[in-house]
Design a protein around this ligand. Structure first.
Ligand code: FAD
Length: 289
């Protein structure tokens, strides 16, 4: 099933994300976690991709297994930094053969210690979107950044880059994580003003361990509201309490988004079935409306 068809229906959707392991030896654990999340039958799941192609085989395998074993549609992420057009075409053919119909087209972050040419054949995700659209009948998603991508000089420049990606053929966009919904609502206003009209799916990250806050800020540069800092200060040293508080905070964010007209929510569930289960349970009645 194509995600663009799912998210244009009237029904609200909840989706989860998993990431493949860096090491082959960790595959069995990640596979068990991903299938554990698929067993909750979310509306769809996404599987991330190691920039430079390091996880290609595992990304495809997880996405295929989730679909075949649980009938949950999947999106395979695909990055184009350090990639050649031929390599991307091969990856797309492999994805198509595995029954994958949805791709999240990304530039990717520059891998550390890479000694080849990073932007040899692709400079931006928009070029990848164009190639995917030419190559096959995939539904193509892209990433967007309510708090501005670090490579953009300002909000205006960020939206110009985003518009180019959407004009290249993105069917929808998923946001980087954010912890303050006002930032998302403000972003929505700005992109709609700029003529970007594709569906936008907010990405929500439940923080269930203190260390994740530091990682999240490092990865995305996102703002951490005082209210959330207090939660981490109070519960961050007790694993079960922080998990409960993190799931509650994410649930609260989602309920506020849905109360303000957002229908589709993507959760960065980080290979944690207990987190996906907690969020899904908290929203069970709301998702029926
Ligand atoms: P782009 O869309 O290329 O944007 C990068 C910068 O270039 C922005 O400043 C943008 O404004 C500008 N720009 C874009 N197009 C143009 C253009 N045509 N002309 C001029 N400027 C332009 N990383 C991974 O390695 N694997 C993953 O699986 C992964 N999944 C992700 C999922 C989501 C939802 C998000 C939000 C991010 C994900 N990332 C992933 C991280 C992502 O790869 C990085 O944030 C990366 O630095 C940018 O990728 P992008 O596709 O947004 O780039």
């Amino acid at each position: 099933m194509k995600i663009r068809d799912l998210i244009t229906q009237d029904k609200a959707t909840l989706s989860f994300e998993v990431f493949p392991p860096k090491k082959d030896t960790d595959f069995a654990d990640v596979e068990a976690a991903a299938l554990g999340i698929a067993a909750f039958k979310p509306d769809y799941m996404s599987v991330t991709y190691g920039a430079g192609g390091s996880t290609k085989g595992h990304t495809i395998q997880l996405a295929r297994e989730i679909q075949e074993k649980y009938d949950v549609p999947t999106i395979a992420h695909l990055t184009c930094v350090c990639a050649s057009k031929e390599g991307i075409k091969t990856a797309l053919a492999d994805m198509k053969n595995a029954g994958i119909e949805n791709i999240l087209a990304l530039r990717g972050d520059i891998p550390k210690n890479y000694d080849g040419q990073v932007f040899a054949e692709f400079s931006h995700a928009s070029e990848l979107v164009e190639l995917i659209k030419e190559t096959g009948d995939f539904c193509v998603g892209g990433a967007c950044y309510p708090e501005v991508h670090p490579d953009s000089a300002n909000k205006h420049e960020d939206i110009i880059g985003l518009k180019k990606k959407v004009d290249a053929g993105c069917d929808y966009l998923t946001t980087q994580m954010f912890f303050d919904n006002n930032i998302f609502f403000n972003f929505m206003y700005r992109i709609r003003e700029a003529g970007i009209s594709v569906p936008i799916i907010p990405g929500i990250m439940p923080i269930t361990r203190r260390v994740q806050v530091k990682n999240a800020v490092k990865l995305s540069g996102c703002n951490v509201p005082e209210r959330f800092k207090s939660i981490v200060d109070a519960f961050g040293d007790t694993e079960a309490a922080m998990r409960q508080a993190g799931i509650a905070y994410a649930t609260d964010q989602i309920i506020d988004l849905m109360a303000n007209g957002v229908k589709h929510i993507h959760v960065y569930s980080m290979n944690k079935p207990e987190v996906a289960a907690g969020i899904q349970k908290n929203l069970s009645e709301i998702l029926k409306i």
